[in-house]
Structures are given as C-alpha cells and as structure tokens.
Design a protein around this ligand. Structure first.
Ligand code: HEC
Length: 237
C-alpha cells in the first residue's frame, strides 16, 4: 500500500487546494482594501485628481477589454465590432479547454518529439514545469496586458472632482436618469465634440497655429471620452 502511486483527483485534492488558495487570496485582498481604501471622504479629505496612477486597482482588469475604445476612434470606429468578439473567443476557448487533451498534439511534427522528450524527464517538478510553460506564457501576456492598459488610470482621484461639495451633476445624480441620458446627455454629445485641455491646432513652420483638420475629431461623453476621462481626467472632462 505504501508504495502505491498517489492519484490526484479533482475531488478532493485539486478542489480543496484551489479553495485554500482562493481563501488566502480573498484575505489578502480584504486586508489590502482595508489598508488602502478609495478616498471617499470629500470635502474633508480631497485626493489629487491624478491620484491612483500606477496603483493597482480592480479596474485594471476590465480596462484591458476597454482598450479598443482608446484606439478605435474616428475613422477606425467601424472596427469596434471586434471588441465583443475577443471575450466571446475567450469564452469558447474556456468551454472547450477540458477537451484540450483530446487534440492529438503528438502527431504534429516536431511537437511529438518534444512531448516524448518532456515525458522522459525524470524529475516530477521539472516535467510539470515544462508542461506548464504555455500557461505561464499566457499568464505573463495577460499580466502585461492588464498592466499596460491599466497603470495610467487615475482610479483613486475621482473624489477630487466628483464629490458632494461640487453639487449637481458632479456627485448628485440627475433626478430622472433616463431623461438625462435621453435628452441632456445626448445634446451634450451632439454639440460637445472635444472641449477641454488639448488643442487640435498645429504649429506651422512660421510659428503660427493652424487648424488641424486631418486629425480625428475627438468625441465627447462616448466610450472613448470615458476612457480618456479615466486616463487623463485633468485633460478630458
Ligand atoms: C479633474 C476633475 C475630474 C476627475 C478627477 C474625474 N472627473 Fe469625472 N467628470 C468631471 C467633469 C467636469 C465631468 C462632466 C460633468 C458634467 O457634464 O456635468 C465628468 C463626468 C464624468 C462622467 C460622465 C457623466 C455623464 O454625463 O454621463 C463619468 C461617468 C465620470 N465623470 C466618472 C469619473 C470617474 C470614474 C473618475 C475617476 C476615475 C472621474 N470621473 C474623475 C470631472 C472629473
């Protein structure tokens, strides 16, 4: 009995290990959230509008999926349809992941030899590590994506402007949100275009400013604006 090879099963081995890892992570998140709360005590304590850049926040995860709003604007707007496609593809991939081992990978030239070589590795740890390389690479790509699209977001500065002290529209929601979106906000989008911070002018060789009509017209209060509002709230509002 003693030399019988230990068989790891989904239940109980993996499930209990995963549950313990998740509980530990939850505790870490709870402690961190308690130690570094989002500033929401304005006007007594007002954060700087750019506060939160480079400070990891849960928003970083969904900002990765919003990044097309940042790039696909103006003439490129027609490619926005790829946005829902990416999560759908990921979902399909996850649904079929349990059948991954049915793919005859060893029949692919080159890969078969590689798998045979990996199988012959004596050390359990090393073999496991080699098998895990694709997941580790995917994890690194995801982590880099989350960081690259998230670190600019000023996620802790919202209260600097959106506080009760700023009154209507900034903190107090409209009484009738539906009519606000239908009428007021729609009008703002129609007339607003790009108002704050940056000019669309171009410096000529003689030092004069000239209207730059070749660039993309920046939008107002649409998804691209909302993205810019989070990345550079002091320029785009
Ligand atoms: C520099 C000041 C400032 C900061 C910082 C700021 N905002 Fe804003 N925000 C504004 C202003 C000004 C408006 C326009 C309000 C209006 O139209 O009445 C606005 C509008 C908005 C709107 C759109 C409201 C609408 O009309 O639909 C949202 C959503 C929003 N902000 C969210 C945020 C979030 C989330 C943060 C933090 C990540 C943030 N803001 C940080 C100043 C700021």
């Amino acid at each position: 009995m003693a030399d019988k090879k230990k068989v790891y099963k989904w239940w109980p081995h993996y499930l209990i290990t995963l549950a313990v890892v998740m509980i530990v992570l939850l505790v870490i998140f709870g402690v961190l959230a308690n130690m570094y709360p989002v500033p929401d005590d304005a006007p007594n304590e007002i954060p700087l509008p750019d506060f939160g850049e480079d400070i990891p926040g849960p928003e970083w995860v969904f900002l990765m999926f919003w990044i097309p709003f940042w790039y696909l604007k103006g003439r490129l707007k027609k490619y926005l349809f790829i946005m829902p496609l990416i999560p759908i593809l990921i979902a399909v991939l996850l649904i079929f992941l349990p059948y991954f081992h049915k793919i005859p990978l060893r029949k692919i030239p080159g890969l078969g030899a590689l798998i045979a070589k990996t199988k012959s590795i004596k050390s359990n740890f090393l073999r496991g590590f080699v098998y895990a390389i694709p997941s580790i690479l995917l994890g690194i790509i995801l982590a880099v994506g989350v960081y690259r699209s998230g670190h600019q977001a000023k996620v802790l500065g919202c209260d600097s402007c959106h506080s009760m002290a700023m009154g209507k529209r900034m903190a107090i929601p409209p009484v009738d949100v539906f009519s606000y979106y239908k009428v007021d906000r729609a009008r703002q989008i129609g007339v607003g275009k790009y108002r704050a911070g940056k000019t669309s002018g171009k410096m000529t060789a003689s030092g004069e400013m000239e209207q730059d009509l070749s660039g993309e017209v920046q939008s107002y209060k649409d998804a691209n604006w909302q993205m810019r509002h989070m990345y550079e709230p002091t320029f785009t509002w």
